[in-house]
Design a protein around this ligand. Structure first.
Ligand code: ADE
Length: 254
């Protein structure tokens, strides 16, 4: 998967050099490129924001640098995805050429966006090109979203009902959630199945050795070797925990 990030704080993303995403980049599973929005400004001060039309507090990000930055990435993605093909030798599309519907998906983190969920992470993990635009200040001029939605795909996505100072932290969270679902990124794919939210419930509590620690034991069923009983206990724990902590995740009772 190719991921492009546009930001005024490129240094934020150096953490994506480490951990699972860092390894996935090294192995070529994720091609991640960070772009500085200020490289697409044309004034002496490299300004990216201005006062809002209609008044109000704060500043709004100007459309021109965003337009130029996104255009540059779209051109580069198209060029990279179109290797020279000798049409005289084959009718079949060559491997690596995306389907016509695989235009890059533009994602703008925003508290005004649709909620980011595990289901959305799974959906995004099936994309071949993601472009994340990190807004700051009071947000980005609406025309940037409207313009690119005419010819492409644009989604505004929120991490939750709270306000961050900018999109960078949200993009980092989304890349971590999406990246680990790309086949090959997580060593043992079975571990993905048993996690919170994968089956709509919170995960069951986990224990490891030693069997006694600071006066606390391990639920005896886990030491029983009875795999059927363990599976039932874990399911009960998932249901109990979800009902207690996140009842909103359970289907409504009739
Ligand atoms: N930018 C500011 N707040 C945000 C949020 N809650 N989710 C995503 N992006 C944001």
């Amino acid at each position: 998967m190719r991921i492009d990030i546009i930001t005024i704080f490129p240094e934020f993303f150096s953490v994506l050099d480490v951990s699972l995403v860092g390894k996935a980049r090294q192995s070529g599973l994720i091609d991640l490129r960070v772009h500085n929005l200020r490289d697409h400004t044309h004034d002496r001060h490299h300004s990216v924001d201005d006062t809002p039309y209609g008044g109000g507090a704060g500043m709004v990000m100007k459309p021109e640098p965003w337009g130029d930055a996104i255009d540059a990435i779209l051109t580069n993605v198209q060029t990279a995805a179109a290797p020279e093909v000798d049409l005289s030798t084959t009718d079949a599309p060559p491997a690596g050429v995306p389907a016509p519907d695989a235009a890059p998906l533009l994602i703008f983190p925003s508290p005004a966006g649709e909620l980011f969920t595990q289901a959305m992470a799974r959906e995004l993990a099936g994309e071949s090109n993601l472009i994340f635009g990190c807004g700051r200040y009071e947000g980005i001029d609406q025309r940037v979203f409207d313009h690119f939605a005419v010819t492409g795909r644009v989604r505004l996505v929120s991490l939750g009902d709270y306000v961050l100072n900018g999109g960078e932290v949200a993009v980092m969270a989304m890349i971590e959630a999406v990246g680990r679902l790309i086949p090959g990124v997580v060593g043992n794919p079975e571990s993905l199945v048993e996690e919170s939210h994968e089956d709509g419930l919170l995960e069951y509590p986990s224990y490891t050795k030693p069997s006694a620690w600071r006066g606390l034991g391990v639920p005896p069923v886990l030491l029983s070797g009875n795999h059927g009983a363990i599976a039932i206990w874990r399911r009960e724990q998932q249901l109990e925990r979800t009902a207690r902590v996140r009842p909103d995740l359970l289907p409504p009772a009739n």
